[in-house]
Design a binder for this molecule. Sequence first.
Ligand SMILES: [Zn+2]
Ligand SMILES: [Zn+2]
Length: 313
Amino acid sequence: MNAKSLRLGLTAVLLPAMSAWTQYSSPEAIHAAIGPVESLSPELRRAFTPNEDFKPLPKPGENDWLAIQPEPGQTYRQFVRAKPNKAAPPREVIYLQPLDSFTERDPKSLLTLRAFTRHFFRLPVTMQRPVDVSRVGIAERKNPFTEQRQLLTPDILDYLRRDIPPDGYCRLAITNIDLYPEPAWNFVFGQASLSEGTGVFSFARYDPSFYGERPDAALARLRSFKVLAHETGHMFGIEHCVYLLCLMNGSNTMEETDASPIHLCPVCLRKLQHSIGFDIAQRYRALATFYRQAGLVEESAWVTERAAYVSGP
Ligand SMILES: [Zn+2]
Ligand SMILES: [Zn+2]
């Protein structure tokens, strides 16, 4: 895996670069990014067909990710050539490490996050016992603007790296506490080290209550699912998607996060399926049941339809 460290959700001011969008969102470019499918089974061919179930990526607004971060996209072929890590025995377990203050807010949330991750990636997921960050050497501060508590991300990555179980594919910390990557920065949504299989993501800013607005637990949960699946997707070497509306689209604003779906486009689905080898229709069916039970009606309907389409006549 490449030795790459990512900081997530940072805003930079650069000149607008629309070329990626115009160049990669055409039907020809999307088919080229998916790559040849003729040798695949009929089920996989259907799964990787960019039909009307997948919405086009709208032209980016001036504050949107693709206007600010001119990313070239990553075709399926480029992904395979980069020899990304595959989750397989003996290293196939996704470890989730909660940091503080989870159970007091919603005791069921950790079980739900674990179940979501398991169904999304079709891999074993272990939820580790929440740790008290003040006991494990993680620096913290009070943000001078928001006056909210924040944790220092490099300390968290150090902590995670010290104890990755032998069967661990990756170890990801999740927290409701806000984060900062170094003292000069205001905040960061998360940070990950692909080479070490470690990452940390904060859900703090996903509930409108962070900004003094009315709490919206359902919205916060949907956003938490999205960020967890998106960032774990990066752990498999999947880069930002520039082809269709997709979970792996880069996001510079909360509006963009909300506009991106919780599912993968055919390009990114093909990458994840390459790394994990799951049965696509079975995965959609498991997600349909999970979303229905979690009250995510639209998402449940979408994966149910996809399961039927992929299974074929
Ligand atoms: Zn990302
Ligand atoms: Zn995609």
